[in-house]
Design a protein around this ligand. Structure first.
Ligand code: ADP
Length: 520
């Protein structure tokens, strides 16, 4: 059967060659040489026979004698070209017919070989044709691969687009100026926009929320390019819908910022569950608090009536029971505090508070605990400042009381705890620094999570709820501040709180004296 294209021979190890000559010796001689060159040979003794063979077989090279009885050589050449213009025809000419050879080349012949020729001459001219065929096949293969790659890319692009369009999460992409270049249907839906809205405008034209626009601008302008940095922003939309937006910079080849890509997730269900959980915990805690307090007080009463008797086993059991109820009462207190913070029902009575004076009171209150453990607890005021904050004093007491109590708890006997007050730009900075047990780096990101406690051989026997730091963090954030921690295992920890400074001058007050608690 006739193959469809010459290119089909490209991967085969033989090239089909047709020899057309009226002299049998030449045909047979050529055949011997060509077979040794790895060709498959077809033979014809004149033009008509050659053309009828070409109707059945496809050949890549034709060796054509122009001077043959019957059909004119030049006509045969033209017919061969008409059958398959890809065939490389090498015309065989006598010495006296160079002009004919030139004419044949003009008609589309690929090369010529004068008659009589040596085997080497034939080899050279056929090799040249083979080389040409190979180059042609290679070029065609490359072209086909290029077309296939382009088609693949095109398909990949449309596949990715379909996936993004079908995502349940909203996706919006902006350029450096903060103009929207792409948004998927889920984004329009989450944001309550008209489904026919087109990209092109500044992001503020689609979403009026200031926090959202600031986040987009910050990322688009290349201020958050670190790969680990994926800033998040929570948004409350009308009809009690909550949205979480996370964004990342789109970087070019030279790490330059090209814009931002933001993912919008509906977290309403999560928020509702969180609220229900909080309400449940608050309710249960509230119900448990009174009976537990009663049990605790009654245990204390019984113990007091028993007097102190080291050998009394029952007394030991009651003391343990009283300690346990005390632990439960603390846990309930912490849980109630946390649910109040989460419900936003705290810090409701802000006042102008002098930070150093407040800290001095807390230190006075806790100094007995520190002295009992021969710890040095001191207050330092840097930069000769006397900063104020505008906050609920109860919230501030809870923040610093928790941090200082932790510093006392997680520092060895005879250790040192410094409370340092200063300024950091517009913020009041308070460092609670100890040279106690410290923590391994791996714990630091988790210690503000609820119920997280570091358990090693030094801290194992220290009782606690694991709710102190979450309460501190919650309160600091409600007050518009932040908290961070630095710690080295075996060397100590520093908790740093930043709170917005209240700048209105207060003429009547002076900073409190710095106080050192002596080792006892
Ligand atoms: P609690 O003290 O009730 O366990 P917190 O939430 O206050 O809970 O603290 C969580 C954990 O962080 C503690 O269990 C402790 O391991 C660690 N931690 C807190 N403060 C310090 C500190 N100053 N030094 C070392 N570890 C600390």
């Amino acid at each position: 059967m006739k193959p469809e294209s010459v290119a089909l021979y490209a991967d085969q190890d033989f090239i089909p060659v047709l020899v057309v000559d009226d002299e049998a010796d030449i045909r047979d001689g050529c055949e011997r040489i060509l077979i040794r060159m790895g060709c498959k040979v077809f033979k014809a003794d004149q033009g008509e026979a050659a053309l009828s063979l070409l109707a059945r077989e496809r050949v890549a090279i034709a060796l054509l004698d122009l001077k043959m009885p019957g059909m004119d050589g030049m006509d045969v050449l033209r017919e061969i070209q008409a059958v398959d213009k890809e065939i490389l025809t090498i015309v065989i000419t006598g010495y006296a017919t160079v002009e004919t050879a030139i004419e044949a080349m003009k008609q589309g012949a690929y090369d010529f070989i004068p008659k009589p020729f040596e085997p080497d001459q034939l080899r050279i001219v056929v090799q040249r044709a083979q080389e040409k065929l190979r180059l042609r096949w290679d070029a065609r293969k490359l072209e086909e691969e290029r077309k296939k790659t382009l088609a693949d890319l095109d398909m990949e692009k449309s596949r990715i687009r379909t996936i993004i369009e079908a995502l349940p999460n909203g996706v919006v992409v902006t350029n450096v100026q903060g103009h929207v270049v792409f948004m998927n249907p889920a984004f329009l839906w989450h944001m309550g926009l008209d489904p026919s809205q087109m990209p092109g405008q500044h992001v503020g034209s689609y979403v009026a929320d200031e926090g959202f626009c600031n986040l987009v601008t910050e990322i688009s302008q290349g201020k958050r390019t670190s790969p680990e940095d994926m800033p998040a922003y929570e948004m409350a939309l009308p009809n009690e819908k909550f949205i979480l937006v996370r964004g990342r910079a789109v970087l070019g080849e030279d790490n330059e910022c090209l814009g931002a890509v933001l993912i919008v997730v509906d977290i309403t269900t999560m928020k509702v569950l969180e609220r229900l959980k909080s309400e449940f915990v608050a309710k249960v805690s509230h119900e448990l608090r009174s009976p537990l307090s009663t049990i605790h007080e009654q245990l204390a009463l019984v113990l007091r009536d028993m007097g102190k008797d080291e050998s009394n086993r029952e007394q030991h059991v009651l003391i343990r029971a009283k300690e346990k109820t005390q632990g439960l009462i603390s846990l309930i207190g912490d849980l109630l505090d946390l649910s109040r913070i989460e419900a936003g029902a705290i810090c409701s009575e802000p006042r102008r508070v002098q930070v150093a004076a407040l800290l001095k009171n807390i230190i006075d209150f806790l100094s007995a605990r520190a002295s009992a453990r021969r710890q040095l607890l001191s207050l330092h005021i840097t930069q000769d400042c006397n900063p104020y904050v505008n906050a609920d004093p109860l919230a501030l007491e809870s923040i610093f009381g928790n941090l200082i109590a932790n510093a006392i708890n997680y520092t060895q006997d005879g250790g040192e705890i410094k409370i340092i007050v200063g300024l950091a730009g517009n913020m009041v900075r308070v460092d609670v620094q100890d040279n106690g047990f410290g923590m391994e780096e791996r714990h630091l990101p988790k210690i503000f999570d609820k119920f997280y406690r570091v358990k090693d051989e030094k801290t194992r026997y220290i009782t606690g709820t694991g709710l102190g730091l979450p309460i501190v963090k919650g309160l600091v954030e409600v007050l518009g501040g932040s908290i961070s921690v630095q710690s080295t295992y075996g060397k100590g920890s520093t908790f740093t709180v930043l709170l917005p400074q209240e700048k209105t001058p207060d003429l009547g007050s002076t900073p409190p004296e710095t106080r050192h608690i002596p080792r006892s």
